[in-house]
Design a protein. Structure first.
Length: 189
């Protein structure tokens, strides 16, 4: 029976040792569980912070995207406005240039019209001048043939005076034409 006691005692010691091991294992598991819970709490807090940061970034990105859209709209409006202003400026410059050219061309047109009106007169004067020149050449030929006595005759003298006055009249007309032509040339410049 003593043997049985000793076996029971041994068994009891082993049982106590197993209980201690189980207790130690349990304490260790409780400690590990507590540590795990603390780590999970930290991870949860980190995830919450990360989620908050993500929300902040998302809000900032949404705000930035809205800003970019607004800037794009403003830029598009500015481009349309620029195109419109460019077109209006081109039309305005074209009208101004056209008006200015008409104003500058108007006196020239008048001068050209006046010159065209004077053209028949100038041609007539030129023909008259050529006729006068021919007549003068004839007179020079005739004067070479005229003797001193013929020169003193009254009829010839009157004819010469008449031709001389005609020549003076034609010379005055030529001078008038020269002034008109010079005047017209000044306007052309």
């Amino acid at each position: 029976m003593i043997e049985k006691f000793s076996t029971i005692k041994d068994f009891r010691k082993k049982l106590e040792m197993i209980e201690q091991d189980v207790k130690a294992l349990r304490e260790k598991q409780e400690h590990d569980f507590t540590t795990l819970m603390v780590n999970l709490t930290d991870i949860k807090k980190s995830l919450t912070d990360l989620n908050e940061s993500k929300k902040g970034y998302m809000q900032q990105m949404k705000y930035d995207l809205d800003s970019v859209k607004n800037i794009e709209k403003e830029f598009s409006a500015l481009i349309r406005s620029f195109k419109q202003n460019h077109k209006q400026m081109y039309e305005y410059a074209y009208k101004q240039l056209s008006t200015e050219m008409k104003l500058q061309m108007s006196p020239l047109k008048k001068i050209v019209e006046e010159l065209n009106k004077l053209k028949p007169l100038v041609e007539g004067l030129s023909n008259s001048f050529n006729n006068v020149k021919i007549e003068i050449e004839k007179l020079i030929k005739i004067s070479g043939l005229i003797k001193k006595e013929d020169f003193e005759l009254k009829n010839y003298a009157k004819e010469l005076l008449r031709m001389d006055s005609e020549k003076l009249r034609l010379m005055k007309q030529i001078e008038t034409l020269k002034r008109v032509i010079a005047h017209e040339r000044r306007f052309k410049r």
